[in-house]
Design a protein around this ligand. Structure first.
Ligand code: DC
Length: 218
C-alpha cells in the first residue's frame, strides 16, 4: 500500500507521515530529505548553483539512502555518511528549491523514490508524490496551513534543534520556496485531484494523524 502526503513547507507533513508510518508499520520516505542531501553535496563540492550540468553530474553520481530506525526516526545517508542533521540547516533550505526544479535532477530522484517505495508498504511525503511519483497511490493527502502558522512551526523546529534564526527569515524562506516549488515547470507542488485536503492550521498533530488514519481505513 502506498500513502502519498504532499503539501507546502511547514504544513506538518513529515511529523504526521512519520507517526502514521510507525502506527501502520509502514516504511517512511521523506523525499524532501533526498533533495536536501543532494543540495548539501552540491554546495559542499562548491558547484555553482547556476551550473545545471555540474549539478546533474553530482545527482547522477550520488548515493542517497534512507534508513528507518525502530524508534521511527529517519537517518539520511549521503554516500554512506549520516547527514540527517546537516540537511536541516537554513543554508540548505535556501538553495534546495533551485536544485529541485532541474528536470534531470527530478528524474534521478523519481527513479530512486520509485525503487524505495516499491519495496514494501510505505508513506511518502513531498510535493509531487500523489501527482507524479505515485499517481496510483492507494490514498493521497494534501496538508496545508496558513503562512504564519507554518512559519511558527518551522521556526520552533529550528530553535529546538539549536539553530537561531528570526521569524522573518523563516517566513521569507518558506514563501520563496513555496513560490519556486509551485511555479516550476516539472512536477510543481499542487494538490492531486483525488487527494484528501486537510487544513492543519488549527489542528494538533494527533488530530491530523487521527484524521489521516481514519481516511486510510475508509
Ligand atoms: O519537505 P522539505 O521542506 O524538506 O523539502 C525541501 C525541498 O525539496 C522543497 O522546498 C522542494 C523540494 N522537494 C521537491 O521538489 N519534491 C519533493 N517530492 C520533495 C521536496
Amino acid at each position: 500500500m502506498i500513502i502519498a502526503i504532499d503539501g507546502p513547507a511547514g504544513a506538518g507533513k513529515s511529523t504526521v507521515s512519520k507517526i502514521v508510518a510507525q502506527k501502520l508499520g509502514f516504511l517512511y520516505i521523506d523525499t524532501g530529505a533526498m533533495y536536501r542531501a543532494l543540495t548539501l553535496k552540491v554546495l559542499g563540492e562548491k558547484v555553482d548553483i547556476e551550473d545545471t550540468v555540474g549539478i546533474i553530474e553530482v545527482a547522477k553520481s550520488t548515493v542517497i539512502d534512507l534508513v528507518n530506525n525502530p524508534d521511527s526516526s529517519l537517518r539520511i545517508l549521503l554516500d554512506g555518511k549520516d547527514v540527517s542533521r546537516d540537511i536541516r540547516q537554513p543554508y540548505i533550505s535556501r538553495f534546495v528549491s533551485d536544485i529541485a526544479k532541474i528536470k534531470e535532477v527530478r528524474k534521478v530522484m523519481l527513479g530512486l523514490q520509485r525503487v524505495l517505495g516499491g519495496q514494501r508498504d510505505c508513506v511518502l511525503d513531498g510535493r509531487d508524490i500523489g501527482t507524479v511519483v505515485f499517481p496510483e497511490a492507494d490514498k493521497k493527502f494534501y496538508l496545508d496551513a496558513n503562512l504564519s502558522e507554518r512559519t511558527r512551526r518551522r521556526h520552533k523546529e529550528l530553535q529546538d534543534s539549536g539553530q537561531d534564526t528570526s521569524l522573518s527569515d523563516v517566513e521569507l524562506d518558506i514563501h520563496n520556496r513555496d513560490t519556486i516549488d509551485s511555479t516550476r515547470k516539472i512536477a510543481p507542488l499542487k494538490k492531486a485531484e483525488d487527494a484528501v485536503c486537510i487544513d492543519t492550521t488549527k489542528m494538533t498533530i494527533s488530530e491530523v494523524v487521527d484524521k489521516v488514519l481514519e481516511e486510510i481505513k475508509k
